[in-house]
Design a protein around this ligand. Structure first.
Ligand code: CA
Length: 228
């Protein structure tokens, strides 16, 4: 798979490229906005890692232009913490995910793989499974054996995160960032509210899967074992 990195910090771009190459990706680096945009418009990439503050043309301008030109290549924005809130609209307008600098290479790889899985492997992600649970992404339905129940958009997004990151504890911060795109106390409560909704629905369809709270850390999807 081919990944384009548009990033003007050479050392960061190189470090990211090295990590991706070790995972057998082909990597191209562009270090200013204009070159990056030209490359994204003319070559076929599976994913673009796009910095925000770039010489000649910034990341949000590039993203807007690509989407305007119907280039659907998934984009993960690389942003500084301070750039997030006022650029939220930009993020909602076509980025698939974003990662806040400084980030670990492990975190980056997790995001890259999640986005690629979500966007490339359509058959896989139309139906996500865990234990006795199946999530029909296209129709927003949660199924267990012969039972099924309709879920809302946010419930779907939350469940997708859990099912794409099986066996991982997802923090509230992480869920808020991925689903609402920024942090605030109100949004933390939203996560809890939606998790309560989802738990109720899991009970309704009689699934053995449940969302377990991991104290002080976050939430994890587990299969409940009946103790007799
Ligand atoms: Ca930069």
């Amino acid at each position: 798979m081919n990944i384009l990195i548009i990033e003007d910090e050479y050392s960061l771009a190189d470090a990211v490229a090295e990590t991706l190459k070790n995972e057998n990706f082909n990597v191209t680096i562009k270090t200013n906005g204009e070159d990056g945009e030209d490359e994204a418009l003319t070559e076929n990439y599976d994913l673009i890692l796009l910095d925000v503050m770039l010489p000649k043309k910034n990341g949000f301008e590039i993203l807007n232009y690509l989407r305007q030109e119907k280039i659907k290549t998934p984009v993960i924005m690389l942003t500084a913490k301070s750039e997030i809130e006022d650029k939220l609209n930009g993020l909602e307008n076509g980025a698939d995910d974003y990662i806040t600098k400084p980030f670990s290479m492990r975190e980056l790889m997790a995001r890259v793989k999640a986005v690629l899985k979500r966007t490339n492997n359509i058959e896989d992600t139309n139906c996500l499974e865990f234990g006795d649970l199946a999530l029909d992404v296209r129709n927003a339905k949660l199924k267990c054996n012969d039972n099924e129940i309709q879920i809302s958009g946010k419930e779907l997004e939350l469940l997708e995160q859990f099912l794409l990151n099986k066996n991982q504890v997802l923090s509230r911060e992480n869920l808020v960032e991925r689903i609402w795109g920024y942090e605030s106390d109100a949004e933390y409560n939203n996560v809890e509210v939606y998790i309560t909704f989802i738990r109720r629905k899991l009970k309704v369809i009689e699934s053995k899967v449940c969302i377990k709270a991991v104290r002080g850390v976050g939430y994890k999807l587990v299969v409940e074992v009946n103790e007799k």
